[in-house]
Ligand binder design. Structure first.
Ligand code: FMN
Length: 209
């Protein structure tokens, strides 16, 4: 059975972002897909200190921490949904700290795990935030699931989001598309194997070193 890990970056476990993610979870369950939801926005999560210790440790240097706990679940997952409230036209700071460290410190391949970003705003800054979240997927060889609109809902409270019928429809279509992609990728892996990834070149300077 395919598994999806959903990360809620909001401090509100039952807020607007949660309402959007719940709509997706309902569809995943109809599609026979296992889900796990983690709320990280209500935790004290510091930013990456660029110490590089993760290269040797295979995990973030900040040991007993939500990032390392989520890493194991991410390793097992076929898909990752990242949901964020919009703060000053960006994903919220706690989530950014979490994702920087999660993606940087985990040594396992994310190749062909399907990613989907979801944003919730009262009024504006949604597409800028959406773009930021999608960049974690697209640097990691993760195909991105899309929907019938950019993956966003509008509201200040979860009750508002329940009235955003197009937003909820976007979430349902997103979950269906993501389920299809995960199933198709699982079949294609059996049939063709994963595409080769070249990683030898790491160019920073004109001499190539
Ligand atoms: C610090 C802060 C900054 C915010 N900035 C924006 C913003 O730039 N644009 C916007 O439309 N809403 C903004 N909001 C409102 C939230 O993004 C919005 O209500 C969101 O749907 C809340 O989601 P949640 O209930 O999952 O936390 C901001 C809220 C906070 C607390």
């Amino acid at each position: 059975m395919a598994k999806v890990l959903l990360i809620n970056g909001s401090p509100h476990a039952d807020g607007c972002t949660a309402a959007a993610l719940s709509e997706m979870i309902r569809v995943f369950s109809e599609e026979g897909i296992e889900t796990e939801l983690i709320t990280v926005g209500n935790k004290a999560i510091r930013g990456c200190i660029s110490c590089g210790a993760c290269a040797g440790l295979g995990k973030c240097v900040f040991g007993d921490d939500p990032v390392n706990e989520a890493a194991e679940k991410f390793r097992e997952a076929d898909g990752l949904v990242v949901g964020s409230p919009v703060y000053y036209a960006s994903p919220n700071g706690t989530l950014i700290s979490f994702l920087d460290r999660l993606f940087y410190s985990t040594p396992f391949s994310k190749h062909m795990k399907v990613g989907a970003a979801v944003v919730s705003c009262r009024r504006g800054g949604n597409t800028a935030s959406f773009d930021v979240l999608n960049k974690y997927f697209t640097i990691s060889g993760m195909p991105v699931a899309s929907s019938t609109y950019w993956n966003q809902v509008h509201g200040f409270t979860a009750e508002d989001v329940k009235k955003d019928l197009e937003g909820l429809q976007t979430m349902r279509n997103l979950a269906r598309n993501m389920a299809f992609l995960m199933k198709a990728i699982a079949d294609a892996k059996e049939k063709y194997g994963l595409p080769k990834q070249e990683t030898d070149v790491f160019t920073s300077f004109p001499d190539g070193k």
